[in-house]
Design a protein around this ligand. Structure first.
Ligand code: UGA
Length: 454
């Protein structure tokens, strides 16, 4: 097969579109296969269906220059490409296991058109052992194609940055020369990173950048991805448990985690206590690894505890604030933040939406605001929660404010002015973002998570 110049990407979700945006502006011709008509038409118009800083200019330019070719047909893409990325969704089943129906459907359909010598690369998060099953599909169909696991580590909200300045590229498979080919195409992105930054318009604070390329066997590569997410989730739930202890004393979870995280063996990242983790990855990856461990005869107790602690946090905060607010019946409450984190319009399993629903079920009249996620949050919210178009509108006449996403604009709110427009006087800082004395100076009672003593 000639040099790798054409890439097919199956699935135009967060991972697929971010990957397409990078490769199509780094000298490759990228065919993006997206079956959803609405999403497909959005990409064809040079746009992105979700908010992610810097991604739209990349898509727009590549679509215009025809280096990004969106299609809904495998037959128009796969046989033209020597590199195929599978970036389809892996939602969870009701029992918590990973739903791999899109993964197998994509492999089966691609198999109809795969050319000899092509590499089929899995970027989607899959349980360990999945790759071997796909390899046997290709073997049964007698297709000469290599299978590689190349898990994605990018975070929503910083997808472009993470694609350009990755910590590591992991490639797992049988044949070392095939793994080298996959590494080589990622190195081309590196060579183009200045161009990609210029097009995206993102300025990234200078950092000592040294991304690693790691080769592993197929099963290890699959397990690396789920292990990384699982461990980060453990750190968050661990910090949240410490916060609950801090709440019973006059310790501050921030002071504790700053000092504990200063030990390089431990590290400070993902030790921010608060309303817990949400999004399209951690909740399903935690339940997925519990299920997958179980299938291998391993009782993954630590992950079960991680999940249970996370599930408890929204309720814990709502109950903790109840006394200060004086119950929720007939109270008006502002919820600021419906995205599962700042920098994205994604509201899947959003802790802010969960808190809004809990408050509403407890009898409060809830006005919620998010600068980017209002539309996507509708599916997550019960129909009594009202979505408004500014933080000020949500706060007006409210008895309490719950800040549930770390959007910078919430930290920049003029608390003195907003406090004057409230009926009550409580600010519930569900992510420990605010300077407590500044909140108190504005005449508001402060409630955080594990910051009772400060
Ligand atoms: C996560 C991983 O960080 C990525 O490396 C991975 O590629 C991705 O999942 C994936 O599997 O696709 P993401 O879900 O975009 O990325 O967001 P994170 O920044 O990891 O945040 C996840 C959740 O944890 C958010 O709700 C965030 O608010 C919460 N969080 C994070 C905390 O509650 N405390 C912290 O200290 C850190």
């Amino acid at each position: 097969m000639k040099q790798d110049t054409n890439i097919a990407i199956i699935g135009g979700g967060y991972v697929g579109l971010s990957t397409a945006a990078a490769f199509s502006n780094a000298g490759y011709t990228v065919y993006l296969i997206e079956p959803n008509k609405e999403r497909l038409n959005t990409v064809k118009a040079g746009k992105c269906f979700f908010y992610e800083e810097g991604i739209e200019p990349l898509i727009e330019k590549a679509v215009k220059e025809k280096t990004l070719i969106p299609t809904d047909k495998y037959s128009e893409a796969i046989d033209k490409c020597s590199i195929i990325f599978s970036c389809v969704g892996t939602p969870d089943n009701p029992d918590g296991s990973s739903n791999l129906s899109f993964i197998f459907a994509a492999a089966n359909e691609a198999a109809e058109y795969l050319q000899p010598g092509a590499i089929y690369i899995q970027k989607s998060t899959v349980p360990v052992g999945t790759g071997k099953k796909i390899e046997s599909i290709f073997t049964e169909k007698k297709i000469d194609v290599a299978y590689v696991s190349n898990p994605e580590f990018l975070r929503e909200g910083t997808a472009v940055e993470d694609t350009l300045f990755f910590d590591r590229i992991v490639v797992g498979g049988k044949d070392s020369s095939v793994l080298d080919r996959v590494i080589a195409i990622h190195k081309v992105i590196q060579e183009h990173h200045k161009t990609l930054l210029d097009i995206s318009g993102i300025t990234i604070p200078k950092k000592n950048y040294a991304g690693k390329y790691i080769k592993a066997n197929l099963s290890s590569a699959e397990l690396i991805k789920v292990t990384a997410n699982a461990f980060l989730a453990v750190k968050i739930s661990f910090a949240n448990s410490i916060a609950k202890i801090a709440d019973q004393t006059d310790a501050s979870v921030i002071e504790v985690m700053d000092a504990v995280g200063a030990d390089p063996r431990i590290g400070r990242a993902f030790f921010n206590a608060g309303r817990g983790f949400g999004g399209g990855c951690f909740p399903k990856d935690v339940s997925g690894i519990i299920f997958s461990a179980d299938e291998h005869g391993v009782d993954f107790g630590i992950m079960k505890a991680t999940e249970a602690i996370n599930d408890s946090m929204a309720n814990y905060i709502v109950e903790k604030a109840q006394k200060t607010i004086g119950g929720y019946k007939n109270k008006k409450v502002a919820v600021l933040g419906l995205a599962f984190k700042a920098g994205t319009s994604d509201a899947r399993r959003s802790p802010g939406a969960k808190i809004a629903n809990l408050l509403s079920s407890a009898g409060a009249q809830v006005s919620a605001y998010d600068p980017k996620a209002a539309e996507e949050a509708k599916e997550e919210l019960n129909n009594k929660v009202e979505i408004v178009t500014s933080a000020e509108e949500a706060i007006k006449n409210s008895d309490a404010i719950f800040v549930t996403t770390e959007w910078p604009e919430f930290l920049e709110l003029d608390l003195n002015e907003n406090a004057k427009n409230m009926s009550g006087d409580t600010l519930v800082d569900c992510l420990n973002l605010f300077d407590i004395s500044a909140v108190q100076k504005a005449g508001l009672q402060y409630i955080g998570v594990g910051r009772n003593g400060v």
